[in-house]
Ligand binder design. Structure first.
Ligand code: IMP
Length: 433
């Protein structure tokens, strides 16, 4: 039995979808434990191409239980669109479960997200404008509406009246905007979602516990990444949930002693959407080439991603915060064909050697990366590499990967060598015997 957490070790968009998709195949339960429609991944399966924001990737394999955990936030409209998209392609959604405790993103949250970003000016995180922060802040302020509230009309009405008053005041008085939707309109909207979603909403903790007791494989699918975590990321430029491995327990109701593996997904370079300092950012033609080759444009917003060299300070930190047991590299193929490749070994901040990212963004802004340069490698056939294994890779690529694994002191579990689903070299599979 394995209870595996898959987390992003950098700034998001590491290609977690590909790694999760692979490990989901051997899992009985797949759980999303944080974030909401700010995340998005495209999965190409034999039934077609799917863009999923809420629903765990396990949905594309038959007979797996797919849970949207309590730590996630849900925009019911987007979730329903995803369900419809899957149904149209004859993908069964019967095994989808939504935790009663997951909070709902309401129309106010979208308006406030956008208005608050404008107000913040230089301190804006460059959010996805999906209402994520305002929804999580209502959760913590204890005025949020949860999926379970959709099952009780009276409670829903009572809670909505509390929040509606407050949010309309906020939008109109603080941001000077007009909010057109009445409480009744939102109530009716929620009732229509309740009609479609009620059959999926339930308590999920005991269900997961029973599967763990029965020695089934459980996969916890992280969204966003370590540097975007609300506590451990680069505050205030990250997201509003605990995206790291600790968040997997809190966001699913699984006790920490049940977790057996934490796989950190590492893109072979760095990418970032949104604002804030990024010490290894590449501003020249090489950055542009990597962006194009790696198709580095946001899945959710279409924004071009900022590109940088791999940063060992971030990875060392990620190992500590997540307790990584394995590394899954992605986009090795994207880095092929460059003459030289750089890796940031440490920073110098005001002349002092620093091996971990400072917690303050003002400090990080001053970081000067100190690089080690590697010989690049020629383009190689990713599909063939996936079949033949690690030794098939160009010598320089192997050196690059081994160096990182040794520096971080975490073994390599998988290496992504192409965009296709099966372009993956697997060193540790968790296949059932
Ligand atoms: P929010 O999660 O929409 O509030 O955005 C907060 C910050 O996290 C912004 O800098 C976003 O660009 C970033 N972010 C949120 N979700 C993702 C993701 O899935 N991939 C990469 N960056 C993300």
């Amino acid at each position: 039995m394995a209870v595996i957490v898959v987390v992003g070790t950098q700034w998001g968009d590491e290609g977690k979808g590909k790694i999760v998709d692979y490990y989901a195949y051997f899992s009985d339960v797949v759980i999303r434990y944080c974030g909401g429609p700010n995340a998005g991944h495209t999965i190409v399966s034999d039934k077609g191409k799917f863009k999923l924001h809420h629903i765990p990737s396990g949905i594309l394999y038959p007979k797996k239980i797919n849970i949207i955990g309590n730590g996630a936030v849900i925009n019911p409209k987007i979730l329903l669109e995803e369900i419809e998209q899957l149904k149209r392609s004859s993908v069964s959604v019967e095994n989808l479960k939504i935790s009663k405790k997951a909070h709902l993103i309401l129309p106010y949250h979208l308006v406030i997200d956008e208005a608050e970003e404008k107000r913040k000016g230089k301190l804006a995180a460059g959010t996805t404008k999906r209402g994520i922060g305002p929804c999580y802040s209502d959760k913590v302020f204890r005025i949020g509406i949860r999926a379970g509230d959709l099952l009780d009309r009276e409670v829903l009405k009572e809670k909505l009246s509390l929040i509606h008053f407050l949010k309309v005041q906020e939008i109109e008085k603080i941001y000077g905007l007009k909010f057109e939707k009445t409480q009744e309109e939102i109530f009716n909207e929620l009732l229509s979602y309740a009609k479609e979603l009620s059959r999926f909403i339930c308590d999920t903790e005991d269900l997961i516990e029973q599967k763990i007791k029965a020695k089934k494989h459980v996969l916890l699918e992280g969204a966003q990444a370590t540097m975007l975590d609300i506590d451990h990321g680069l505050y205030p430029f990250g997201t509003s949930s605990n995206t790291t491995a600790g968040g997997a327990c809190a966001g699913s109701g699984i006790g920490p002693t049940n977790i057996t593996e934490v796989i950190g997904v590492v893109k072979c370079y760095t990418s970032r959407v949104g604002e804030g300092p990024l010490p290894t950012e590449i501003f020249d033609q090489i950055g542009e080439e990597i962006r194009k080759k790696g198709n580095e444009y946001g899945t959710t917003t279409g924004r071009p991603r900022r590109i940088g060299w791999l940063d060992l300070c971030t990875l060392r930190y990620s190992k500590i915060i997540n307790g990584l047991t394995g590394l899954a590299f992605t986009h090795l193929d994207t880095l092929s064909g460059f003459e030289k490749i750089k890796v940031c070994l440490y920073y110098e901040i005001e002349g002092k050697k620093t091996t971990l990212p400072p917690s303050s963004f003002a400090e990080l802004k001053k970081a000067v990366p100190v690089y080690k340069e590697f010989e690049g490698w020629k383009e190689f056939d990713g599909k063939l590499a996936a079949k033949k294994g690690f030794n098939f890779l160009p010598k320089q690529a192997k050196e690059y990967l081994k160096f990182i694994s040794k520096e971080i002191q975490v073994p390599i579990y998988a290496i992504g060598v192409g965009a296709e689903r099966n372009s993956l070299i697997v060193l540790k599979s968790f296949k059932k015997k």
